[in-house]
Design a binder for this molecule. Structure first.
Ligand code: FES
Length: 106
């Protein structure tokens, strides 16, 4: 089983199974990972699914697109590897993916 690890701002780790074609936000919500809200249901309209992709995974998972960028640009916690997890279609080939979570979702 492929697994993603979410690391909260205080270092707590939460693992969740990855299944093809889900969004990473949905993976987090379905597995009750604290710190990922997904308030808009995955429309790239709320920014409450913000994650920081581990540097080692950026090339594999890809960078943010233009719609995502508009939302991320408004976030003061934005980092170079920021993504909206609702815009990330996961693959079981991403086994071992690590993302960090911001202290606050906004
Ligand atoms: S769930 Fe709203 S932007 Fe991702």
């Amino acid at each position: 089983m492929a697994v993603v690890t979410f690391i909260s701002h205080d270092g707590e780790k939460h693992e969740a199974p990855l299944e093809d074609d889900q969004s990473l936000m949905q993976v987090a919500v379905d597995n009750m990972v604290p710190g990922v809200d997904g308030d808009c249901g995955g429309e790239a309209a709320c920014g409450t699914c913000h994650v920081f992709v581990d540097d080692q995974w950026v090339d594999t998972v890809g960078r943010s697109g233009p719609v995502e960028e508009e939302m991320l640009a408004m976030n003061p916690e934005r980092e170079p590897t920021s993504r909206l997890s609702c815009q990330m279609r996961v693959s079981e080939s991403w086994d071992g993916l690590v993302v960090r979570l911001p202290e606050f979702q906004m």
